[in-house]
Design a binder for this molecule. Structure first.
Ligand SMILES: Nc1nc2c(ncn2[C@@H]2O[C@H](COP(=O)(O)OP(=O)(O)OP(=O)(O)O)[C@@H](O)[C@H]2O)c(=O)[nH]1
Ligand SMILES: [Mg+2]
Length: 354
């Protein structure tokens, strides 16, 4: 079957066709120029959805929480998209969110769309792809986008940070100290959930989290930390929030996802964070900081791609050899590579000369 044109596919997906939406998501996930074409058309339709990242150590109950949240948002009349990002184990078929049964009663609902995302290679691009897929849902009228990702390391933290509101899930009994602290994801949290609060030890987990927050959570110093850290320290001239503006301090919510307990409190806190972001004096600054980072990342990627493509096949290997053999230092090798690429770069095609 011939590839549908970007125009037709986008129009069908925007009008609510689920098959078209599914194909659009695949096209975006596959990347390259076809993805760029559809994203360029979709972008102006984005900006109304709230993206909620659900992250935390394996087995804390993220999928259960996502299912419970999806149900709660459906009851509020929202259309809900669920994006499951699993960096380690590729999902197959219906094994969505690692638990078919839990999600089964959601999958017949036309107001819910569930998509799992295999990583296909480099983790570095995962956050980018997640952002692009969330944009597809956003454009297609899903007011809530739930992004589940295992908070296991820096790359997964980057995925969580794509979201507007980051919910970090903890559970009792995962060890003496709070797991997320080790993984470095606690400081990205806007809301902390102690799930499995029906189990012994929940109160201890809450206490440990509260102590951590009270003793110097970055949010107590800057309200824009997880958004603001998109800027490097040198690039950040001053806190993005107005000095007299209250900072957002992460709240702790206890839930029993499997029994739907605490879920309304959680959606309430998510809503409060959404309002905080919207009403914050620094809203525009935060948004610009996010765009700034995304543009720099994309520029870096594109320029690197262009440079590598313009190099003779063995140039990079030769440079590695020279550096390894102490014939050239790394910076000199890079300078040589840049010179080589501009020498061998194909002259611009006439039609692309402005
Ligand atoms: N007792 C209790 N068990 C729960 C609760 N929430 C989830 N579980 C159970 O914990 C197990 C893991 O739940 P999941 O929702 O798959 O956890 P997850 O964090 O998505 O797991 P991964 O995606 O594998 O990291 C399942 O057996 C759930 O039934 C809860 O609130 N209380
Ligand atoms: Mg899961």
């Amino acid at each position: 079957m011939p590839e549908r044109s970007a125009d037709a596919l986008v129009a069908d997906a925007l009008s609510g066709n689920r098959r078209a939406l599914s194909r659009l998501l695949s096209r975006v996930e596959d990347g390259g120029q076809p993805a760029c074409d559809v994203l360029a058309q979709l972008y102006r339709h984005t900006g109304s959805a709230h993206w909620i990242g659900i992250t935390g150590a394996p087995g804390t109950g993220k999928s259960s929480l996502v299912a419970a949240l999806a149900r709660a948002y459906r009851a509020q009349g929202e259309r809900v998209a669920i994006l499951a990002v699993d960096p380690s184990s590729p999902y197959t078929g219906g094994a969505i969110l690692g638990d078919r049964i839990r999600m089964a009663d959601l999958s017949g609902d036309p107001g819910i769309f569930i998509r799992s995302m295999a990583t296909r290679g480099a983790l570095g691009g995962l956050a980018d792809t997640t952002r692009d897929l969330a944009r597809v849902f956003d454009a297609c009228g899903f007011g809530i986008v739930l992004i589940e990702t295992v908070g296991a390391g820096q790359n997964e933290v980057a995925v969580a940070q794509v979201a507007h509101t980051v919910v970090v899930v903890e559970a009792p009994g995962l060890g003496d100290d709070v797991q997320a602290i080790k993984a470095g994801i606690l400081e990205t949290a806007d809301i902390l959930v102690v799930n499995k609060s029906d189990l012994p030890g929940a109160a201890n987990t809450v206490r440990a989290l509260r102590t951590t927050i009270d003793t110097g959570h970055p949010a107590l110093k800057t309200s824009w930390r997880h958004h603001g850290q998109l800027l490097t320290a040198e690039e950040t001239p001053a806190p993005a929030h107005a000095p007299d503006e209250p900072a957002w301090v992460p709240m702790i919510v206890q839930t029993v996802a499997t029994a739907h307990e605490g879920i309304d409190a959680l959606t309430g806190h998510i809503h409060a964070h959404q309002s905080f972001l919207k009403n914050s004096q620094s809203h525009g600054t935060i948004e610009r900081a996010r765009i700034h980072t995304e543009l720099l990342d994309k520029l870096r990627d594109r320029l690197l791609d262009r440079l590598l493509n313009a190099l003779p096949a063995s140039a990079l290997d030769d440079a590695i050899d020279r550096v390894a053999n102490r014939e050239a230092d790394p910076m000199t090798a890079v300078t040589t590579l840049i010179e080589q690429s501009s020498r061998t770069a194909a002259p611009p095609r006439p039609e692309s000369v402005l």
